[in-house]
Design a protein. Structure first.
Length: 227
């Protein structure tokens, strides 16, 4: 088995959400943060032939990156064997037992009805994240006064903090402020997304370019008022 550049990129992203991961047979990868406030799922091109756990995904990806050529992956009962360097290198990387990992639920998430829906371009996503970083904003809020929907970088605990507001689309009359931790939104792989947010406390980011999606919880301070 080989891993595409796209799958390697996603695994590196998943390593920022959860230290470990349980690979399962098939083409679907899932991960969840230790606080259970971020869930990610992707369908990959490769067929995973065996179930195995990796305790430190970032370390595993560093091992994979040792090979400048296209490494192949083989499996025995207790190891994944990473073969590279023109076949001269074979790294045996030991599995970990699933009980050592924080594992996402088997059941598919049932997203509540979302009152808020908009498209988030990669350009706007990148702007928001760079603004939040430069302004040291611990929260990102999706806000509407009923007329305009904007994404704000804010510090809800500091009225004198620097902020940024980026208009995204027209409003539908509903007034709301849905708050997220910046550190949680930063775990989403940069790209174009269809975004849905429910007043019940959960959001859904669905990639427009690949079969990748995230669910992220909203934070205290979120509010919604129907028109």
């Amino acid at each position: 088995m080989k891993l595409s550049k796209e799958t390697i990129s996603i695994l590196k992203n998943f390593g920022a959400i959860n230290q470990g991961i349980l690979f399962k047979r098939g083409k679907k990868l899932k991960t969840v943060s230790s606080h259970k406030n971020i869930l990610a799922e992707v369908d990959i091109a490769e067929e995973i032939p065996a179930e195995f756990g990796v305790y430190d995904l970032n370390n595993f990806m560093s091992v994979v990156s040792l090979h400048k050529d296209d490494p192949t992956f083989e499996f025995d009962e207790t190891h994944v064997i990473i073969c590279g360097n023109k076949g001269r290198s074979k790294i045996k990387y030991r599995f970990c037992v699933p009980t050592m990992l924080v594992i996402p639920p088997e059941k598919q998430i049932s997203m509540p009805d979302a009152e808020i829906n908009f498209e988030l371009s990669m350009e706007d996503f990148d702007w928001v994240m760079r603004a939040a970083s430069v302004l040291s904003s611990p929260q990102i809020a999706v806000e509407s006064d009923g007329n305009t929907v904007s994404i704000l970088t804010v510090d809800l605990q500091n009225d004198s903090a620097h902020t940024d507001s980026l208009e995204i689309c027209k409003g539908n009359g509903d007034k709301y402020r849905m708050v997220f931790k910046t550190e949680n939104i930063s775990k989403i792989l940069m790209g174009d997304y269809d975004v849905s947010i429910s007043s019940k406390g959960v959001s859904h980011f669905k990639s427009k370019t690949q079969p990748l999606q995230y669910w992220v919880t909203t934070e205290i301070g979120s509010k919604f008022e129907k028109a």
